[in-house]
Ligand binder design. Structure first.
Ligand code: GRF
Length: 213
């Protein structure tokens, strides 16, 4: 009997976070299973990654469709899932879509929110001259990168680091934090109180993963 919680992953591109989720789900003890990968971009590398694993994939282009119609199609493909992970999914979801998965949609963002929401967060951090940045996994609400925070990973920005180099190092944090957060959610250990997420941690488990290189 499969007691894993069914999850869909929404992507738009490279899918390295999807790959991290796929690898986490291989562990028989991991509480979730990816039952579907949906991309709004037909050429997303993540689609290839999912197909290589035998995970059902769907491409739903946002182009030439209203957001309502786009989301209706997405929702029709999500009728059999309990949670949704946004892993580099580059569309903003409407309150109608969110209402179908209340407090059950995760997103990973490449900055220490609430700093640098929106696009090009790594570039924003470099341009601002901050010395620390990182990534955030949060529950999706109707704002852009504003939902309750589950965990964050931080790193020190290197001197003369390029946007690509920084993005690559941030991804390494994301690949740990996103599966960890999905585990918490699938195990029913996340409780939203107001705008804050409380996570019931096990003995020795860390909520904050701090990288110091
Ligand atoms: C990640 O940096 C994530 O934080 C952002 O989009 C990027 C997706 O990368 N939301 P990938 O497609 O998972 O490699």
């Amino acid at each position: 009997m499969n007691s894993k919680v069914p999850v869909a992953v929404l992507i738009s591109g490279r899918g390295s976070n999807l790959q991290a989720l796929i690898e986490a789900c291989r562990d028989p003890e991991f509480p979730a299973e990816i039952v579907k990968v949906i991309s709004n971009e037909p050429d997303a590398l993540g689609i290839v990654r999912a197909e290589a694993e035998g995970i059902p994939t769907v491409v739903v282009s946002h182009k030439g469709r209203s957001r309502d119609v786009f989301e209706e199609i997405l929702l029709a493909h999500l009728s059999d899932v309990s949670f949704v992970c946004l892993a580099g999914f580059m569309r903003v979801l409407s309150p109608t879509f969110l209402a179908a998965f209340p407090e059950r949609i995760l997103n990973v963002h490449p900055a220490l929110l609430p700093a640098f929401p929106g696009l090009h967060a790594q570039r924003q951090a470099l341009q601002a001259g901050v010395t620390q940045t990182g990534c955030t996994v949060h529950i999706v609400d109707s704002g852009v990168d504003t939902g309750p925070i589950l965990c964050q990973g931080s790193l020190a920005i290197h001197t003369d680091e390029t946007e690509d180099q920084l993005s690559e190092r941030i991804r390494k944090l994301e690949h740990v934090l996103l599966p960890m957060s999905l585990r918490w959610l699938a195990e029913g250990r996340v409780f939203i109180e107001g705008h804050r997420a409380q996570v019931v941690l096990r003995d020795g488990e860390k909520r904050w993963w701090v990288e110091t290189d």
